[in-house]
Design a protein around this ligand. Structure first.
Ligand SMILES: *[C@@H]1O[C@H](CO)[C@@H](O)[C@H](O)[C@H]1NC(C)=O
Ligand SMILES: *[C@@H]1O[C@H](CO)[C@@H](O)[C@H](O)[C@H]1NC(C)=O
Ligand SMILES: CC(=O)N[C@H]1CO[C@H](CO)[C@@H](O)[C@@H]1O
Length: 898
């Protein structure tokens, strides 16, 4: 029993699912931070996504790092050259390499809302206006200043450039104070403009700062003389952030709470441009990159954008963006059969597709427009008013996606359903609605597409259920005399063969129809109104979540209830089947995700989340479960643990207390480059050295490049083609005074020792004899049967060198029969060892080609050749049988897959 207990205790979380990563999160309302990496000469921008932050390379806007999570949501960030600081609650931490926490600073009592790095120190300010200066490396307080919140509530902080040890503080009351934080002295108080200060920014000129106010004013002020230089006014409410261009244009940008950006010319002192709706929410942060015409902006609309200022009008043009959904998700579903895309609809009105593999496969199908033709004709500027309301339900089918639209969607409060085209990433051709129904009398509530992609079936709140052709958009009949249901339709489904249509109505009736003849086949009454209906087409199993929080499972063949599950304590939001139809996974308002095993009828897994799951969808390949949650803009992926480890599934006891799991963070996908500092050699890694030859039964190839052996036979052709047109040049790589030896491997010429008295002046005939090193080695080989040396020499030669060596072996060219015999036995040894297989073949082939005419006349060589031939034959037979075997296996697997 002790074992069992520990097993039960050990079961802290889900046995089936492990948090994997979040998709579609890019930014929230915390201003971003831009850093410059001098080493890589690149800008990096860091955005916050809740409990962790992302770092992107500005050049490609590719994700380079995701930080570890902190226990609470991050409430402000700052960075210096090395560290990123992020505050959460009354604590803040310093992160190294954009990832790991290296220092944590504790001491504030209220939530921290400002951070300012300051050399070896960092300044933090909390909402009670307590300012603490910390020494970074010792994590100790250096100085603490407390301000009276009712008189001077700190709202912004700035370190004016060249002002040693000084910071400028702005207050909600409107005044500003300049402090020397080393001597702990208030140097000056600026009276301000009687309205709260919301932003402070150093201007490119010394002593000048820009002060953003609640009133929408930006004041350019000289703090040395307390003198206002200019004043600008934006009508869009408080200034959220300010930035100056530093690439030679005197331009200032100021952000607003409604998402517009104002661009001001400081020379002409006037507004030169407006970037309206740069974000759909407030501009949280905006930064001009130093000496670049690039502006980085982020906002709570989950978007990070880079604008380039290259046009004549001085307006920013969107260069790159990363964005996900800007409002809560309304529906997510896996799209297609490969389990790599998730379609998601959101309150922001867009339909997007997220790739679980890589961000670059993401796409947005965009906003739907009410009537594109009208918009075009009238040339309406403000497209907001004609955008369709958010999608509430959709169904998608891949089968005919390249021929016509494959997605059908219901919109909030609308009767007509729109079609969408996944391939073209846009809204499709039709708005489907019944002719005789008035626009405001009913709304579409449930949709499905047949597995062949030909028909859409739409249920209305009035109880009517209609069928349309997806290709032509033509109405193809409806179920029931007048209506299919007395109440509103809560779910529609068509089986895999287009024989049965199943509809569920709020009047607690489930109806089975003949899909073609539209005749009612069967009707079944339920205990409680259905809420979600889901059909597993392959197995014909229908899951129904009812309003009494129970789940009913039916077999559509026999139309009988086969399972009933209860256990959820809140409304069931969504369900999904595992691809084999064995499990049903349900998500409910009670924050739990439960997995029911259909064959045994048991609950086998249950876990809680701190935010209620809205939609769940299982990948068609069974590898991931995707969930969406209340108040979260991301899609969260959970990996199927049974894919990579053994799970023992046991029915859970009725009194089982599930534990709470954290939502997974966004984790780095593969293939993303890391920041320079991130690469750390790990001394634990022992490099594996592959042996020269793995298996003596197989043949091993040499590691030489192909060029050294492949074209040996065609050398004469190549030579003819490559006839030099210019005299050879001295290679330029080595300094001219170091003599090099010509050859493939660069080598310095070693000066011959001239001190040797015997060799000095007298010509040594032994050296003059035209015997190459290779030749000498071959002669040696005849005696000791060692050919390593000869082979190594040959390996270092280029093709023409090899040819020369082999040509010179024959007696006519100064060689000897003995040397040729030696060469043949060298090839024999190579074949024997089964190493350098391709070299042996190539050398032999060249040898035969060169000496073919004289070989038959030499019995010694002939004998050697006969031996060699049988050896080559043998090797080749062995190799061929291996090839054949591999081909067989490959063909078998291919045919089994198809
Ligand atoms: C999916 O989530 C939405 C809210 O985000 C919810 O209204 C809906 O009931 C959920 N389930 C289904 C099957 O759409
Ligand atoms: C998890 O993977 C296993 C093994 O491939 C599969 O049988 C099972 O159906 C998967 N789970 C779900 C929920 O799809
Ligand atoms: C929906 C979404 O985030 N789409 C983005 C996916 O990534 C591409 C480029 O990598 C962007 O262009 C999309 O905006």
């Amino acid at each position: 029993t002790a074992e069992m207990e520990s097993a039960v205790e050990g079961r802290t979380a889900s046995v089936l699912f492990a948090g994997f990563r979040a998709l579609g999160l890019f930014s929230n309302d915390i201003p971003h931070v831009v850093r410059y990496n001098a080493l890589k000469r690149r800008f990096y921008v860091t955005t916050c996504v809740g409990k962790s932050f992302h770092t992107y390379d500005v050049q490609k806007l590719s994700l380079v790092a995701v930080s570890n999570s902190v226990p609470q949501d991050i409430c402000c960030m700052a960075a210096d050259g090395r560290l990123v600081f992020a505050a959460y609650g009354n604590v803040f931490s310093a992160f190294a390499r954009n990832k790991e926490i290296v220092h944590t600073f504790k001491g504030h009592k209220a939530e921290i809302h400002l951070l300012q790095p300051f050399g070896d120190h960092v300044i933090s300010v909390d909402t009670d206006s307590v300012l603490i200066i910390w020494h970074i490396y010792s994590e100790e307080e250096y100085l603490q200043l407390t301000f009276d919140k009712s008189v001077f509530k700190i709202s912004t902080i700035l370190h004016p450039s060249t002002y040693l040890n000084k910071v400028l503080l702005g207050s909600e009351q409107g005044s500003l104070q300049l402090w020397n934080i080393k001597s702990n002295k208030l140097l000056y108080t600026f009276p301000g403009w009687k309205v709260g200060v919301t932003a402070l920014q150093q201007a490119p000129a010394v002593d000048v700062v820009a002060i953003g106010l609640v009133s929408g004013q930006v004041v350019i002020h000289n703090i040395k003389f307390d003198e206002t230089l200019m004043k600008f006014h934006q009508d869009w409410g408080p200034i959220t952030s300010i930035s100056f261009r530093t690439d030679g244009h005197p331009i200032m940008a100021a952000g607003s709470p409604c998402g517009h950006i104002g661009l001001w010319d400081l020379e002409d002192k006037k507004l030169i441009n407006q970037m309206r709706n740069a974000h759909s929410t407030a501009i949280s942060g905006l930064t001009f990159l130093h000496r670049e015409p690039l502006l980085v902006t982020n906002g709570a609309d989950n978007a990070l954008r880079i604008w380039i200022f290259d046009g004549p009008t001085g307006e920013g043009r969107l260069l790159r963006l990363r964005m996900g959904h800007s409002a809560s998700l309304t529906k997510i579903r896996y799209y297609g059969q490969n389990g790599q895309q998730i379609l998601s609809a959101s309150q922001d009105g867009t339909l997007q597709s997220f790739s679980t593999v890589h961000e670059k496969f993401n796409k947005s199908l965009g906003h739907g427009l009410v009537n594109k033709k009208i918009v075009k004709r009238k040339g309406l500027q403000n497209t907001m008013s004609v955008r369709l309301p958010p999608i509430t339900q959709f169904a998608a089918e891949e089968a005919r996606q390249s021929d016509w639209d494959g997605v059908i969607a219901c919109h909030q409060g609308k009767l007509s359903c729109s079609t969408w085209n996944y391939q073209r990433s846009t809204i499709g051709a039709y708005f489907l609605k019944p002719k005789n129904v008035k626009a405001n009398s009913a709304t579409a509530t449930a949709v499905d597409i047949t597995s062949c992609g030909n028909f859409a079936i739409i249920g209305l709140s009035s109880g009517a259920v209609d069928v349309y052709n997806m290709q032509s958009g033509i109405h193809r009949g409806s179920f029931g005399d007048e209506k299919a249901h007395a109440g509103s339709v809560r779910g529609v489904a068509v089986d895999g063969l287009n024989q049965l249509a199943i509809t569920a109505g709020s009047e607690r009736l489930l109806k089975f129809w003949n899909f073609k003849s539209k005749v009612l086949v069967h009707s079944l009454s339920l205990d409680s109104p259905p809420n979600v209906m889901l059909l597993h087409r392959d197995s014909g199993i229908l899951g129904l979540a009812l309003d009494d929080f129970s789940i009913t499972v039916l077999d559509i063949e026999t139309r009988k209830i086969v399972r009933e599950f209860s256990g959820h304590q809140g409304q069931i939001n969504d369900m999904t089947f595992s691809p084999d139809g064995r499990w049903l996974i349900s998500a409910a308002m009670d924050c739990s995700v439960r997995t029911w095993d259909l064959p045994s009828g048991c609950l086998i897994d249950c876990f809680l989340l701190d935010s209620a799951p809205l939609n769940v969808t299982m990948s068609p390949t069974g590898d991931f479960l995707a969930t969406s949650h209340v108040d979260h803009l991301g899609i969260y992926l959970w990996s199927n643990i049974s894919l990579y480890s053994v799970v023992s599934l046991r029915p859970l006891p009725p009194d089982y207390v599930p534990s709470v799991l954290m939502l997974p963070g966004t984790c780095q996908t593969q293939g993303l480059e890391a920041l320079e500092e991130q690469i750390e050699p790990s001394d634990e890694m022992i490099e594996y050295e592959s042996p020269e030859q793995l298996n003596e039964q197989l043949v091993t190839l040499s590691l030489l490049p192909e060029s050294r052996w492949k074209n040996l036979l065609n050398l004469d052709v190549i030579k003819k083609k490559n006839k030099p047109k210019e005299p050879p040049k001295v290679p330029q790589s080595a300094p001219f005074f170091i003599p090099t030896v010509p050859g493939l491997v660069p080598r310095f010429a070693v000066p011959e020792p001239t001190s040797d008295p015997q060799q000095s002046k007298v010509v040594n005939l032994g050296i003059l004899a035209q015997k190459s090193n290779f030749y000498l080695k071959l002669e040696e080989g005849l005696q000791n049967n060692q050919y390593e040396g000869a082979l190594n020499l040959l390996k270092e030669l280029g093709p023409s060198g090899i040819e020369t060596e082999l040509r010179n072996l024959s007696p006519e060219d100064g060689g000897s029969i003995e040397a040729m015999r030696s060469f043949l036995s060298m090839i024999g040894v190579m074949l024997d060892r089964k190493r350098d297989f391709e070299l042996a073949q190539a050398y032999l082939a060249l040898f035969l080609k060169l000496h073919l005419r004289m070989l038959p006349s030499e019995p010694v060589l002939l004998e050697e050749l006969v031996k060699l031939s049988s050896q080559v034959e043998e090797d080749w037979t062995h190799l061929q049988s291996l090839f054949n075997q591999s081909m067989c296996v490959l063909n078998y697997i291919k045919s089994a897959l198809l």
